[in-house]
Write a protein that binds this ligand. Structure first.
Ligand code: H2B
Length: 76
């Protein structure tokens, strides 16, 4: 999977083996976001799927803060 632009945001979709796997991933992302002070929109759907949407609230655009968080999420 890869990040792609949707509107003025970076988006990536994930699928896990089960709901617990999706929640574990979301918790890892949450810890990362808290540490960086920069947060994605997180959608948990379809039992085992997660959609992360990244944009910078203050500008309404994709900034290096988003690109940096995306790269760190890829390293999880
Ligand atoms: C006060 C707090 O640090 C700010 O509101 C942070 C929180 N997390 C954030 N996350 C994102 N994606 N964009 C922001 O502009 C932003 N601002």
């Amino acid at each position: 999977m890869a990040w792609h632009e949707e509107g003025s945001a970076l988006v990536q979709d994930y699928e896990f083996g089960d709901f617990a796997g999706a929640i574990r991933f979301v918790n890892e992302v949450a810890r990362l976001a808290e540490a960086k002070g920069h947060h994605p929109d997180i959608l948990i759907h379809g039992w085992n799927k997660v959609r992360l949407t990244l944009s910078t609230h203050t500008s309404g655009t994709v900034t290096d803060l988003d690109r940096g968080l995306a790269a760190d999420i890829d390293d999880l």
